[in-house]
Design a protein around this ligand. Sequence first.
Ligand code: PLP
Length: 369
Amino acid sequence: MSETIPFVDLESQYLKLKPEIAAAMNAVLESRAFIQGPFAAQFEEEFSKALGASYGLGCANGTAAISLALEALGVGPGDEVITVSHTFFATAEAIFHVGAVPVFVDIDPRSYTLDPRLLEAAITPRTKAIIPVHLYGTPADMAPIMEIARRHDLKVIEDAAQAHLATYHGQFAGTLGDAAAFSFYPGKNLGAFGDAGFITTASAGAAIQVKRLRDHGRLSKYEHDVIGYNQRMDGLQAAILSVKLKYLPHWTASRRRSAALYDSRLRPHGFKTIEPSNATESAYHLYVVEVENRDEISRILDEVGIGHGVHYPVPLHRQPALKDVMPERVAMPHTEHAASRVLSLPMCGELTEEKIDRICSVFLSSAKP
Ligand SMILES: Cc1ncc(COP(=O)(O)O)c(C=O)c1O
């Protein structure tokens, strides 16, 4: 039987970096800087610099990063936040965490990201912010989104949880809106060894408020200015992320090469894959192909040991937690269509052409476009 191919090969990545990671972790253990502290400060500086962001703040996870950014920008109870239904549940969850409600709009089927042409119709007097999600690592079309947001005095928070080093008109995701949220969940393009997240912003005021909110509402040891949270970054995660950040440009280039190889094998057979616009360079967190007989292909891939996933089979407006609490205001045909057809094939910085050929040959043997 042929070798199995994992969906994300965290094992070979770890084995390559093992001595460096062990040294970084040991430095934290020796200094006992377990929460925030110098290792988190160093990573904050490095990741902000890598993106060209004015301010960058580490936090506990990507979900907290979205809610901290929302709250720091003044979004709260009673407000509406426009976002997409074709995303991970956390995007909407974070909106509820600050007491606001999500309003969903459909996606552009080419990029699978928020369709700016549908934004204005979703704006009401209660709308306070927009969260475009750079899904699969592909930046949303930010220029029209920002133009509409400015005209209606709305804040824009990029959900960049899947988009480390993705670019839009040559600028990194995370520097395109009023603030942005990143996740360092282990399987992300830049992944910690546990939970971790990050907020970037160009606003000094928002940055200081995030700093307060993530640490029990304080900036000094004994004075709590506001009611905050315990959503700080761990020193161990920061030290591990600093090691991995050095390799991120190389892994991102490798993901792009892999996506181009997949495209060259699958598109000639009529399969629809992600079509990032000319203005964007996707970070390809996921490689997604649409397929008619998804359940059958999933079974075949399982049988031969090829990892895969579906991101995401149930749109947020149809999730049990949300379907009764929020009315479906508009039809979202592209969201529904994508949810029923998308399949994610193996993707990570360690994928080889040989493996892609094997995956594509198994896929093409039975898949229907
Ligand atoms: C699009 C999106 N938003 C938000 C999150 C939440 O990040 P985390 O799992 O770090 O809380 C994730 C990842 O899980 C995600 O993929």
